[in-house]
Design a protein around this ligand. Structure first.
Ligand SMILES: [Zn+2]
Length: 145
């Protein structure tokens, strides 16, 4: 028995057509695939700006923590080793925070571009939920994995 519905979403359709056919029939002025609502963009913009502020604060903290470890005998040899270890951990967090900040700034720059929210790898729209959690992401979950 053949089901009378779209093969991709099983939505009941009047004719023997599927969603792709309907999308093709839409006038050129129709919302392009993956295009975000202005309200969503506004939310995402706020999210990016908040993330930038947060990341900048984190970077400022990490910069403080990654200052050269003073060869101060007062803190003792072991604590100096600890300090050096912590410093290299903080140094790598600092690098990734800087990278994140770059990505966030880029995202903020191109939020009004039609390509915003489109996976840089496969060209599929990135779900808004993912963008809200990781606004710096320019790859979909599948491509980022
Ligand atoms: Zn992708």
């Amino acid at each position: 028995m053949k089901k009378n519905g779209c093969p991709c979403c099983w939505q009941q359709l009047p004719y023997n057509v599927n969603c792709a056919d309907i999308l093709l029939q839409e006038p050129a002025s129709a919302t392009p695939r993956g295009k975000m609502e202005p309200l969503q963009k506004k939310e995402i913009k706020k999210k990016i700006q908040a993330a930038i502020t947060e990341t900048e604060q984190g970077i400022a903290n990490l910069k403080e923590l990654t200052k050269p470890v003073a060869p101060d005998n007062a803190i003792g040899r072991l604590s100096r080793m600890d300090a050096i270890n912590n410093r290299s951990i903080n140094q790598s967090s600092l690098n990734s925070s800087r990278h994140k900040l770059n990505m966030l700034n880029k995202a903020l720059d191109c939020i009004d571009d039609p390509e915003f929210g489109i996976c840089a790898d496969c060209g599929e729209p990135i779900p808004v939920g993912r963008i809200m959690i990781m606004p710096e992401a320019n790859l979909c979950v599948r491509c980022a994995a």
